[in-house]
Design a protein around this ligand. Structure first.
Ligand code: ADP
Length: 161
């Protein structure tokens, strides 16, 4: 049977930390679906089509990765699409509490969906989309944190504001 997993997130925007998790998970599973959560309450900087476009371009070289989006409950998306595993990234202890709470809540909602955690390469373990947006808005370089096309998008978006 084909082993398939879902990597959900805001990806606002995608960073090398996310890409590191994607690359590692794509080696373990036959197919990895990277799914952008619409979640407008988080007031993302980038629209859904922009986040999807940046993801598409970033994962173009990995043949078993597919990019999708979802609304509402993650576990419902998993059951509808026959996806038994959710992958999340853990950077530091600070991620643990939130991720632990979410994994257990999802388990309560649907016990057949399993959450697994992956750690990125150490050098990406401090990266967050929020920090990158702050650096760009203050005129700093982020070329070592995100792909070039993402840096371009950030500059266009944040300089327009
Ligand atoms: P969310 O809003 O769902 O937390 P994010 O896009 O911020 O969406 O993160 C998606 C997942 O990727 C989360 O599990 C998060 O902990 C993980 N993640 C984010 N940045 C990194 C990173 N630098 N290294 C590893 N995992 C990361």
């Amino acid at each position: 049977m084909k082993r398939i997993a879902l990597y959900p997130g805001s990806f606002d925007p995608i960073t090398y930390g996310h890409l590191d998790v994607i690359t590692r998970a794509a080696r373990i599973f036959d197919e990895l679906v990277v799914a952008v959560a619409m979640n407008e309450e988080k007031k993302p900087l980038f629209s859904l089509p922009e986040r999807l476009a940046m993801l598409h371009e970033s994962v173009a070289g990995i043949s078993n990765v597919r990019v999708e989006h979802f609304e509402r409950l993650l576990v419902d998306y998993c059951s509808r699409n026959g996806i038994p595993v959710v992958v999340r990234g853990l950077r530091a202890i600070s991620d643990f509490e939130f991720e632990f709470q979410m994994a257990l809540t999802n388990k309560r909602l649907n016990d057949s969906v399993e959450t697994i955690f992956m750690m990125p390469k150490e050098s990406y373990s401090f990266l967050s989309s929020r920090m990158i947006k702050e650096i760009v808005s203050m005129g700093g370089p982020v070329g070592s944190f995100v792909p070039d096309h993402v840096e371009q998008m950030l500059r266009t978006k944040l300089y327009k504001k």
